[in-house]
Write a protein that binds this ligand. Structure first.
Ligand SMILES: [Zn+2]
Length: 822
């Protein structure tokens, strides 16, 4: 048989010839790098162009504005390697160095497919400053070199002192970025910096007597060292990566176990996905790399177990992970609250990394189903159509309080989006030299128009996917016997991921497939396998039915009961209030009719071109009457590109699940603030400046004290301190009663409990805070409003001062304010 696959890894021309000896590695599935896939479609290519021309330059500008490069310049100056006029270390986080790393990585990917001399030179100048900031032993974390004690809480007083310092996270992103730059340009200037740093990391951490015994803290070093091993062939890096994986959960150096960073037990014992969602995704991606490179099946079984838990109990329909703002992470099983969903953009990217690696290890389509779902929905929601605004969290419902931002103090997401979008074509194809049927196998995992070089075969896809299901795949170069595997997407089946978390209500129509015009009737479930002798000019035509499908969630997901979501192809839809004839959405419902008619229409002028879904729905008016209304849905990924407004993915399907538009109340007219610093004394006069707070006057009625499905106010990481929340009005209000619904739920970083005690203060005309008089007892009952009447006051502001229970935190779900009854 002719040797079919000669695969260039990256664009560096490091050529691996596979297939000479039939070893275990013959059936390993390998990625087809994005540099060998050239898109010409109307969906991804424009987005990649915006990423290249808008997102990357604007992210670099933000780095310049926010002192990210100055921090390297300051370190270079302190080390005596250069003389820059920079006085102070800037930024609030020990991991701010990773922002430039991520954007250099994205810029490198973009250089690899679209050379730009100016960008190339810019990268060199930035890399030069980074290299000068490296200490002689290879160490590189600028806030430590700059001895920025303002950030001591992160890193302490010396190198490698704290597990959560993010020094290894900085190293990981440095390595990932440098490998990308080396592959894109062939230059070693950045790679040498990364190698020097990686050598230090591998010398410092490990099982040896004189080494530090500690896992990565915030993972990525595991993935990064595997990448460095692949590019250098130096086994030290693979051993280093394996060490960090093995060390996770052992707590050998005596540090406390932590669910937050998946360091609560060894990975081989883990069953459930917990903790910080980005850390989880990066850690398990690293474990998958190590398992694949070392042939370790035990790790792989653990990953499969954790994946089952994630995909069947904790995966949002948009492909997002991480339900909680607290700890930016996972909650209990089936906590899939739409409004308060965290679904960080970085976590979605991490989910793609992890699932793609799971696919490479097994060849199973279910992982690619998660990749596709996450890509088209949660990842894309993370960036505006204009390319210069980003979401950090991507909720599935909004009251209009969410809006994309140009940058964040903690700017992980913008940089991550820029590096990720540039690499998307790399997820489309894969191959193995000897698949199950013994033939070399080409996997076609994603359908996007463009050409791909896979060994000496070149394929061309012609399609308008994801708007149209017709896909034509042509062999434009090369011939020989191999199996082409076309993924049958999960969205064509009975449930999106093949489990009972989500189920389609409507049956899917059949797909069809033909080769050179001859119809095929394959019985494959996940992949359609066409194993034949191919020749130039052969054409496969796949026709996937693009019907609108309604989805319901597992009944255990309380927030999704009585609700339905709409999907068409891989695209999850949402409603925005501005698109509806009635200008509202929460009082609309879409009855479970057996036969429901949906009209779909491609609108090229709308939101950079989208298919819109229209149907007839019902609306409950505030007088209780139900009327017919038109309903229009747009892809979730493009929400909030027409300003702040109400949005929902999960639409009520019964009148019980709707929310009537609430009336204006005293509370709803108030602005909300909470204390920024600690309150030392009982009297709130001593409280330092307050900052804006929200969630307590949005008039979503709590179901119980642990109901975190709608916005609420919580005091984060507090332990028995005094905290406050206040209302402020423009004009004085006459008030004689308040009702407070206290928060109370468990969290691994610290529980939220009803307070030990509390008091209510009002602001007098001369700006003093005074406790209300003749008040009823301040009660702290759970699962109900705590009503307190008092002698009426006329005031512009009210303040609750709560003494939290010893060692516990707390918060307020809802706070009503009442005027005397007439
Ligand atoms: Zn992020």
């Amino acid at each position: 048989m002719k040797k079919l696959f000669i695969v260039a890894i990256g664009v560096m021309g490091i050529v691996l010839t596979v297939g000479a000896n039939r070893k275990k590695s013959d059936n390993v599935i390998k990625e087809v790098p994005f540099t060998q896939v050239h898109l010409s479609d109307g969906f991804w290519l424009p987005r990649m162009e915006i990423n290249r021309t808008v997102s990357i330059p604007s992210a670099f500008r933000e780095c310049e504005k926010n002192g990210r490069f100055d921090n390297f310049a300051l370190a270079a100056t302190r080390l005596g390697n250069a003389h820059y006029d920079v006085k102070e270390h800037q930024g609030d986080f020990s991991f701010d160095d990773t922002d430039p790393y991520k954007i250099i990585e994205g810029a490198s990917y973009s250089l690899a497919v679209h050379y730009d001399q100016q960008l190339d030179h810019y990268l060199d100048s930035v890399i030069n400053i980074i290299a000068l900031a490296q200490e002689p032993d290879g160490y590189l974390t600028t806030c430590v070199t700059n001895k920025c004690y303002r950030l001591s809480g992160w890193w302490g007083c010396s190198k490698w002192e704290k597990i959560n310092s993010h020094e290894l996270y900085n190293s990981g992103h440095l390595i990932e970025s440098a490998v990308a730059h080396y592959r894109a340009t062939g230059k070693r200037n950045f790679l040498n910096v990364a190698i020097k740093n990686a050598d230090l990391v591998c010398r410092t951490f490990g099982p040896g007597e004189k080494q530090i015994h500690r896992p990565g803290g915030h993972p990525i070093i595991e993935m990064a060292l595997c990448k460095l091993y692949k590019v250098t062939g130096d086994k030290t890096y693979l051993e280093g990566a394996k060490y960090f994986v093995d060390e996770t959960g052992r707590c050998s150096d005596g540090h406390a176990p932590s669910m937050y960073s998946q360091d609560h037990m060894p990975i081989l014992q883990q069953q459930e996905i917990v903790g910080h969602a980005v850390r989880a995704g990066y850690l398990y991606s690293g474990v998958a790399d190590v398992a694949a490179l070392t042939g370790d099946t035990a790790y792989f079984h653990a990953l499969e177990r954790i994946w089952q838990n994630m995909s069947s109990k904790k995966l949002f329909i948009t492909g997002g992970i991480g339900s909680r703002a607290q700890g930016e992470g996972f909650g209990p099983n089936y906590e899939l609250n739409s409004h308060t969903a965290y679904c960080e953009t970085c976590a979605a990217i991490a989910n793609v990394y992890w699932n793609y690696r799971m696919f490479l290890a097994t060849g199973e389509a279910k992982y690619m189903d998660v990749v596709e779902r996450t890509l088209y929905n949660n990842v894309l929601s993370g960036v505006s159509l204009s390319g210069d605004k980003f979401f950090y969290d991507n909720p599935l419902e909004s009251d209009g309080e969410h809006e994309r931002q140009r940058w964040f103090g903690c700017a992980c997401c913008p940089g991550n989006v820029t590096r990720f979008i540039a690499s998307v074509p790399g997820y489309m194809y894969a191959f193995s030299e000897r698949g199950k049927g013994n033939s070399p196998t080409v996997y076609v995992n994603l359908y996007v128009q463009g050409k791909a070089k896979i060994g000496n075969v070149e394929l061309e896809q012609v399609t308008d996917y994801p708007w149209d299901g017709k896909i034509q795949i042509k062999v434009v170069k090369g011939s020989g016997k191999f199996a082409m595997k076309l993924r049958l997407p999960g969205w064509l089946k009975g449930s999106p991921i093949g489990n009972d978390l989500y189920t389609y209500l409507d049956k899917a129509n059949n797909y069809s497939i033909s080769v050179n015009g001859r119809q095929m009737y394959p019985d494959n479930h996940d992949y359609i396998t066409i194993d034949r002798k191919w020749k130039k000019g052969d054409i496969v035509e796949l026709n996937l039915p693009m019907d609108v499908r309604r989805i319901v969630a597992n009944d255990n997901a309380e927030d999704l009961r009585g609700r339905v979501a709409l999907e068409r192809g891989p695209i999850v839809y949402c409603l925005e209030a501005g698109d509806q004839s009635c200008r509202s959405i929460f009082n609309m419902f879409l009855p479970f009719d057996k036969q429901r008619e949906f009209k779909t229409n491609y609108r090229p002028e709308l939101l950079s071109g989208v298919v819109v879904i229209e149907t007839k729905a019902k609306m409950v008016r505030n007088d209780g009457n139900v009327v017919d209304v038109d309903m229009k849905a747009i892809p979730y990924a493009v929400w909030n590109n027409c300003g702040r407004q109400q949005m929902e993915v999960w639409i009520a399907s019964t009148p019980v699940a709707i929310r009537q538009t609430p009336a204006i109340t005293l509370a709803s007219q108030a602005q909300t603030f909470s204390n920024r610093g600690p309150i030392q004394n009982d009297a709130p006069e001593t409280a330092p400046t307050d900052s804006w707070a929200g969630g307590v006057n949005d008039q979503w009625e709590p179901r119980r004290s642990s109901d975190t499905s709608k916005p609420y106010h919580y005091w984060w990481l507090k332990r028995g301190t005094q905290e406050s929340i206040s209302y402020r009005w423009e004009q004085p209000k006459t008030i004689d009663n308040v009702q407070v619904y206290w928060l109370d739920f468990d969290h691994y970083d610290g529980n939220f409990r009803v307070p030990q005690s509390w008091r209510l203060y009002y602001e007098t005309e001369d700006g003093q805070w005074r406790e209300v008089e003749e008040h009823e007892p301040y009660t702290v009952r759970k699962d109900c409003y705590n009503s307190v009447s008092f002698k009426q006051v006329n005031t512009k502001a009210l303040k609750i001062v709560a003494r939290l229970q010893r060692g516990e935190s707390g918060g307020v779900l809802e706070w009503k304010v009442n005027a005397p009854r007439q």
